[in-house]
Design a binder for this molecule. Structure first.
Ligand code: PMP
Length: 364
């Protein structure tokens, strides 16, 4: 149920992806020149995501976000980035409730509260002269599986358009929510989008893309180098993964399946009367030991931490491996019978551990 933190969308052994990699390997591992698979994968990505006219590949989501921020700074001639508390955009782009973490790259950042549309809009307007970009996950992933309100994303779109600031959607996690990412499902189009995780079929991958006028800075004015950006295995696997495996129908079915799972889980937990629920979007969900009102990230109490650990271990005992922070990400190979068993196991947890959980209304 961990689904390799969303990178394992296809399971461990998708046959078509394995075949594509094996076949590519017979033709040579390291080939520096532009390859056919590379341009075909680029076309697939551009055709799917509404915001992406042109795309460039990297080796990780972290790198994709660094490049997106950098090109936004160059395009606008401004230096500051707005990010959100609880946001995660990579190993060196991590934002806690206190702001940028100790290992976050030293760009000038302005921090805002996730899902506070008015405050974020006012901050963008107030800093219009120096703000290059707003970077946001349409669902906070590692920050707690918290979906963005549509009105929040619309406010960001409005304020950035008004001020010539670039809006960057980090869809490294959420791109699985439809054939064209969460942006397509929500009909909100950012200026730049970053991708990663499952797109290359489970091989290392990252991508950033967007408006032609921004991305064309790389046609001469800005360099973008990277030894393995078009590595043979990622390109071969990604082409098959997007074209043949993760089609629009498959993406929609997985989304619906996740929505239904979360409804079932939360209905059982409400019935048990405990302050515990799952947030998320589509096939990604995260457990909270609080009332069903979580809309923004919070600093976990030691009680939250203990319950999360207990839940992780109880689920392990019941045969389910989740991300230890209480996140699950469905893969295509999970069957309905697995999901039914999981719902039962969660309900059993709520009943067995009731004395440690708070009743629904008394909890924070
Ligand atoms: N952005 C988001 C939203 C992520 O979830 C992640 C990975 N957890 C990243 C960026 C970074 O991707 P990578 O680990 O490939 O650098």
């Amino acid at each position: 149920m961990c689904g390799e933190y969303t990178a394992g969308l296809f399971g461990h052994s998708e046959k078509r992806i394995h075949c594509a990699i094996q076949e590519a390997m017979t033709r040579g591992l390291n080939l520096a020149a532009v390859s056919r698979a590379e341009s075909e994968l680029a076309k697939l990505v551009c055709d799917r995501f509404p915001s992406i006219d042109l795309v460039r590949f990297t080796n990780s989501g972290t790198e994709a976000n660094l490049m997106a921020l950098t090109v936004a700074r160059q395009f606008t001639g401004r230096d500051t980035i707005m990010a959100f508390h609880g946001g995660y955009h990579g190993g060196v782009l991590l934002f806690t409730s206190d702001g940028p973490s100790a290992v976050t790259v030293p760009f000038p950042f302005i921090m805002a509260q996730y899902n506070d549309a008015n405050a974020a809009e006012n901050l963008v307007l107030a800093h219009r002269d120096k703000l290059a970009a707003v970077i946001v996950e349409p669902m906070l992933g590692s920050g707690g599986g918290i979906p963005a309100d549509v009105t929040f994303l619309e406010a960001l779109r409005r304020a950035t358009a008004q001020t010539g600031t670039l809006l960057i959607f980090d869809e490294v996690m959420t791109s699985r929510m439809s054939h064209g990412g969460l942006q397509k499902r929500l009909s909100i189009t950012p200026d730049l989008t970053t991708l990663g995780k499952y797109i290359a079929g489970g091989m290392s991958f990252g991508a950033f893309g967007g408006k032609a006028e921004v991305m064309s800075l790389f046609d001469g004015r800005l360099p973008h180098a990277g030894t393995f950006n078009n590595n043979v295995m990622s390109m071969a696997a990604g082409r098959v993964a997007l074209d043949e495996v993760f089609t629009a129908e498959v993406a929609d079915a997985l989304y619906e399946r996740g929505e239904q799972l979360r409804k079932d889980l939360n209905a059982r937990l409400a019935r048990a009367g405990v302050a515990m629920h799952f947030t998320g979007v589509g096939s990604v969900a995260t457990v909270h030991f609080r009332n069903a009102t979580v809309r923004s990230p919070y600093a976990p109490t030691s009680n939250d931490d203990s319950l999360r650990e207990l839940f992780f271990l109880d689920m392990l005992k019941a045969g389910f491996y989740l991300a230890r922070r209480g996140m699950l990400a469905l893969s295509l190979v999970i069957e309905q019978i697995d999901l039914d068993r999981f719902v039962e196991a969660v309900e059993e947890f709520a009943i067995l551990r009731q004395r440690f959980l708070r009743p629904i209304s008394a909890a924070a």
